[in-house]
Design a protein around this ligand. Structure first.
Ligand code: NDP
Length: 388
C-alpha cells in the first residue's frame, strides 16, 4: 500500500506540553495529512495547552490541575473543544471512540491508570511513559495481549530494537544491547559525585528532555528503567539484556540473533524519529530531520557501564531479577528521590541510597494485582519521604 493511502490516525497525546508531547506535535504538524490530534492533556501548564488546542483543534483536552480548569475551559469553549479536569478525566478521555492511538508522554506512575484504560478500550499505545511498564509490566503486557493491542515503543533504544526486529518474527533473539550515553558524569567515581548540583545534573550531553528523565539519565536510573521496559516489551530474560555505554548516542540499540548476527539501528539523536515511527508503524514517512554524516563521527566508541558508582543501574537489574512488586518499589522511591534532589532536599548520591533502602524495606509481593501495585507505590513513596 502506498503511504498516501493510509487512513488518518487519530491521536490522543497524554502529556502534550512536555518534551515528548511537543515533539510529537511537530511530527503531527509535518504530517497533517496522515495524523489528526483528537485529545491533548497537561498537568498544570494551562497556557501551552490552550495554545496547542487552538492550533491543533482536538476534540477534547484535559488539564489535570483543577485550579487551572476555569481558565482553560473559558478560552476553549468558543473553539468548540471539550474541556475536562482531574485524574479521573485523564483516565477516561483515552476511551473516546474516535481515538486510534494513545501516546503516553506523561511522566511517572501517573501514566499507569490511563494506559490500562486505553488498552481496555482497545486503543493502540505509543509508549513513552516507561514507568508504566516498569511498575506493572506483567499486567500491562497481559492486558495488551488479551485486548489485541499493540504497544509501540517511543523510547529511542526500544524503538531501535523494535525496528531491528521488524521482519524477524520467526527468529529468536539471543541478546539485546541497550546503548547508553553514560550521562553527564560518565567516568566519574562516587567521591567526585558527592557535591553535584541539580544544574550540573540537568545538563545532558546529547538529549534535551524533561527534568525527571534528565536526572534519571545522570544517575543511570533511566537505563535501569529501560532494561526493565525492554524485558516486558520484547519478552526477554534478564540475562538477555545488556547495557553498553556509547557516548556518541548514534547507535540507538542492537539485537543479536542466534546465529551471532547483530542488527543495529542508528542515526542522529533526535526523539522525533522514534516518535514518528511509533505513530506511522508499519510505514515510514518522510522526515525533514538532519541526516547523519559519517565524517562528523569518525569514531564510535563503547564502554562498560559502571554499576558500582551508578548504583541505580544495579538496583534496576536486581528489581528485574526479583520480579513481583520490586520494580514498582524502585520506581516509586525514585520518583520521590528525584523530586527531592530537584528541590535541593537531598544530595545526588542519596537518590540511589534511599532507593536501595526502600527496596530492602518494602514487603515483597510475588504476584501483585493492580491493587497491590497501588498500595506498593503508596507505601514506597511514604517510606522514601520518611528518609528525606
Ligand atoms: P516532561 O516533564 O517534559 O513532560 C511531562 C508531561 O506530562 C507534561 O505534559 C506534563 O504536564 C505532564 N504531566 C506531568 N505529571 C503529570 C501527572 N501527574 N499527571 C498528568 N500529566 C502529567 O517529560 P518528558 O516528555 O521528558 O517525558 C515523558 C515520558 O517520556 C517519561 O516517562 C520519560 O521517561 C519518557 N521519555 C522521554 C524522553 C525525552 O526525550 N524527553 C525520551 C524517552 C522517553 P505539565 O507540562 O502541565 O507539567
Amino acid at each position: 500500500m502506498d503511504n498516501q493511502e493510509v487512513i488518518k490516525k487519530k491521536i490522543a497525546i497524554l502529556g502534550s506540553t512536555g518534551s515528548i508531547g511537543t515533539q510529537a506535535l511537530e511530527v503531527i504538524e509535518e504530517h497533517s495529512d496522515k495524523f489528526q490530534v483528537e485529545v491533548l492533556t497537561a498537568n498544570r501548564n494551562a497556557d501551552l495547552l490552550i495554545e496547542q488546542a487552538i492550533k491543533f483543534k482536538p476534540n477534547a483536552v484535559v488539564i489535570v490541575d483543577e485550579s487551572r480548569f476555569e481558565e482553560v475551559s473559558e478560552k476553549l469553549w468558543k473553539h468548540d473543544i471539550k474541556t475536562f479536569t482531574g485524574e479521573t478525566a485523564l483516565a477516561q478521555v483515552v476511551e473516546m471512540e474516535d481515538v486510534n492511538i494513545v501516546l503516553t508522554a506523561l511522566v511517572g506512575y501517573a501514566g499507569l491508570l490511563p494506559t490500562i484504560k486505553a488498552i481496555k478500550a482497545k486503543k493502540n499505545i505509543a509508549l513513552a511513559n516507561k514507568e508504566t511498564l516498569v511498575v506493572a509490566g506483567e499486567l500491562i503486557t497481559k492486558l495488551a495481549a488479551e485486548n489485541g493491542v499493540a504497544i509501540l515503543p517511543v523510547d529511542s533504544e526500544h524503538g531501535a530494537i523494535f525496528q531491528c526486529l521488524t521482519g524477524e518474527v520467526q527468529n529468536k533473539i539471543e541478546k539485546i544491547y541497550l546503548t547508553a550515553s553514560g550521562g553527564p558524569f560518565r567516568g566519574r567515581k562516587s567521591d567526585e559525585l558527592k557535591n553535584i548540583t541539580k544544574e550540573q545534573a540537568l545538563k545532558h550531553p546529547n538529549w534535551e528532555m524533561g527534568a525527571k528523565i534528565t536526572i534519571d539519565s545522570a544517575t543511570l536510573m533511566n537505563k535501569g528503567l529501560e532494561v526493565i521496559e525492554a524485558k516486558w516489551l520484547f519478552n526477554l530474560k534478564p540475562e538477555q539484556i545488556d547495557v553498553i555505554v556509547h557516548p556518541q548516542s548514534i547507535i540507538h540499540s542492537i539485537v543479536q540473533f542466534e546465529d551471532g548476527s547483530m542488527k543495529a539501528q542508528m542515526g542522529l539523536p533526535d526523539m522525533k524519529h522514534p516518535i514518528q515511527y511509533a505513530l506511522s508503524f508499519p510505514y515510514r514517512f518522510t522526515s525533514k530531520s538532519p541526516r547523519f554524516n559519517f565524517m562528523d563521527y569518525p569514531q564510535l566508541t563503547f564502554e562498560q557501564p559502571d554499576k558500582e558508582t551508578f548504583l541505580n543501574l544495579a538496583l534496576a537489574y536486581e528489581a528485574m531479577e526479583k520480579g513481583g512488586n520490586a520494580a514498582c518499589v524502585l520506581n516509586a522511591a525514585n520518583e520521590i528521590t528525584v523530586e527531592a534532589f530537584l528541590n535541593d532536599e537531598i544530595k545526588f548520591l542519596e537518590i540511589a541510597e534511599i532507593n536501595q533502602k526502600c527496596m530492602e524495606e518494602i514487603p515483597f509481593i510475588k504476584t501483585p494485582t493492580y491493587e497491590d501495585y497501588v498500595s506498593t507505590n503508596a507505601q514506597a513513596r511514604e517510606f522514601a519521604k520518611s528518609l528525606i
